[in-house]
Design a protein around this ligand. Structure first.
Ligand SMILES: C[S@@+](CC[C@H](N)C(=O)[O-])C[C@H]1O[C@@H](n2cnc3c(N)ncnc32)[C@H](O)[C@@H]1O
Length: 262
């Protein structure tokens, strides 16, 4: 069976072999009656906005849809922004972790920054599930920020603020600000570790994503976290680490939660 994602009323499938597109289309239509457009992935994720090329195989030439995830609504254009429904469970897990870590922060856990926020799924899910005062989401793709703003309205969240810009630049305005930072850019998020550490308050927790090789999933990234922290003269404690999703051949998307202290 071919693998496919459903985003709102759009289906996107992946097929390496020259399979019968008509058969795949019928299979998807049979299982999901509300689908109005079926696209095939024709490239990997590319560029800093992490977009992929899609080819319309069946249905209407429509690429804007509204996706429902854990009671939240996310409007987006599948051609112009990053969004993966496969990460839904992970977003909820992070919200639950924030609630867990908040307990040992003696209720000072009030502010979160989501680097690489996309159309806002992390900030909005966290806003709905955690009692935080303020959640900032930084995103560089102007089209993603447009949908992020719409999604704030759609979900009626009051404590989420979208910021358009590069994390390298915009994070400078939030030194010693955050109790929590989420870094959902596994391929190159490590380049922003120092920026995340600078934004964290004493005792703050970072959810860091990376790509780990199966034979040694975490060690390389733990070393990176320790050495970066040492360079800025702070201490770090690893709180948790886990496999999130398979990424490629013998590689995994992983998450390491760490806490920094003076
Ligand atoms: C892997 S996607 C994650 C999006 C979102 N958090 C989600 O879960 O759907 C990474 C996002 O980071 C954005 N991005 C990449 N580099 C960035 C940078 N330097 N500053 C701000 N945003 C960036 C991309 O445009 C993309 O939307």
């Amino acid at each position: 069976m071919v693998s496919f994602d459903i985003i709102g009323n759009i289906a996107i499938f992946e097929s390496k072999e020259k399979e019968n597109e008509k058969r795949i289309t019928e299979e998807i239509m049979k299982k999901h009656k509300n689908i109005i457009a079926i696209y095939k992935k024709v490239s990997g994720r590319e560029g800093e906005f992490r977009l992929r090329k899609l080819k319309l195989i069946a249905g209407k030439n429509i690429s804007v849809t509204t996706h429902k995830e854990y009671g939240c609504l996310f409007k987006l254009n599948v051609r112009k922004v990053y969004f993966s429904p496969r990460e839904a469970t992970e977003r909820v897990r992070v919200a639950e972790k924030i609630n867990e870590y908040k307990k040992f922060q003696n209720n000072v856990g009030e502010r979160a920054i989501i680097f690489f926020a996309g159309v806002g799924p992390y900030p909005i899910i966290i806003s709905k599930r955690c009692d935080l005062r303020e959640i900032i989401g930084i995103e560089k793709n102007p089209i993603a920020i447009k949908y992020f703003r719409e999604n704030i309205m759609l979900n009626k969240v009051k404590n989420v603020m979208p910021i358009l810009g590069d994390v390298k630049e915009k994070s400078k305005e939030y030194k010693n600000f955050a109790d929590f930072i989420v870094m959902p850019l596994p391929e190159s998020g490590w380049k922003y570790l120092k920026d995340a550490m600078a934004c964290l308050r004493n005792g703050g927790v970072c959810f860091f994503y990376a790509i780990g090789e199966e034979k040694n999933l975490y060690e390389k990234w733990e070393d990176k976290i320790f050495s970066t922290c040492k360079r800025i003269g702070k201490n770090v404690k690893i709180l948790d680490k886990r496999k999130v999703l398979p990424f490629g051949v013998r590689t995994w998307k992983i998450r390491i939660d760490f806490q920094i202290e003076d």
